[in-house]
Ligand binder design. Sequence first.
Ligand code: 13P
Ligand code: SF4
Length: 316
Amino acid sequence: MLSIQEQIKSELKKQNAILVAHYYVSPELQTLAEETGGIVSDSLEMARFGKNSKAQTIVVAGVKFMGETAKILSPEKTILVLDTSATCSLDEDCPIKEFSEFCDQHPDRVVVVYANTSAAVKARADWVVTSGSALSVVKHLKDQGKKILWAPDKHLGNYVQSQTNADMLLWQGSCVVHERFKADAIIALKQKYSNAAVLVHPESPKEVVDLADVVGSTTALINAVKDRDEQEFIIATDNGIFHKMREVAPGKKLIEAPTMGEGADCESCAHCEWMAMNNLDNCLDTLKNKNNEIIIDSSINQEAQNSIQKLLDFTS
Ligand code: 13P
Ligand code: SF4
């Protein structure tokens, strides 16, 4: 009897499919993606890789918006996700009807949305950005004298605003994982590990971002662990990222930023419940039964593609 990994490998081959995984999914899925010619990456690179791949089917281990982004960029390919209910609080916090009305009220602003949104919201936007590209795109728009309507993440929006001084009107969404990091608990941890560098994903609240030595996308945080001289790191992002960090910097000490403190409901719950829905069992099941296919209305797909293509052209 073949192991589940061997069965997935054989299905991927048989179906000319590749597995594209986010850094937050389980180590088993990350390893499998890499062993089979796929990729483990941040949301921007996942999208780019799927588009450039010759595979006919792309299996996305991540959350729904990542599957939709793959479909938007490769409408002719079959895009499968492992669980269609694996969503994202930012996506859920930004329903298209209310968002569209908000945009209509501010026709003088360029609409910039984070990749963590539905296909319909991307279609309504002028630009799509990721955490790895938001700063440079907003700076570019500011330099052109543009005012910005930003959605959905208020924390990332605040951070970008503080770094660029752009005129930004913010939608008030947030990430349920990053929002739980607590500044007071990180300060206490810093007393114990005084030589540690603090690495923070910009979906975190301002008080946490203010403590950071590095603020950046998942890829930027992994590179910081690899390249910086410190031997200890306090990390405020989903703990799924530790797998890749241990791989690229084996000897270094990685400390989970606590989510305890006033208002927190657990000591450390830094793992996205939707990312955790991805596993080897539903990966094999999805491939065998070709279920969980992402389908997007073609007119929405075309408009959303225009907004993402601007980002790909800008970052290439
Ligand atoms: P990255 O684009 O940095 O991978 O972030 C995606 C995400 O969902 C972070 O919570
Ligand atoms: Fe969305 Fe947050 Fe989960 Fe990332 S970690 S997918 S932003 S809920």
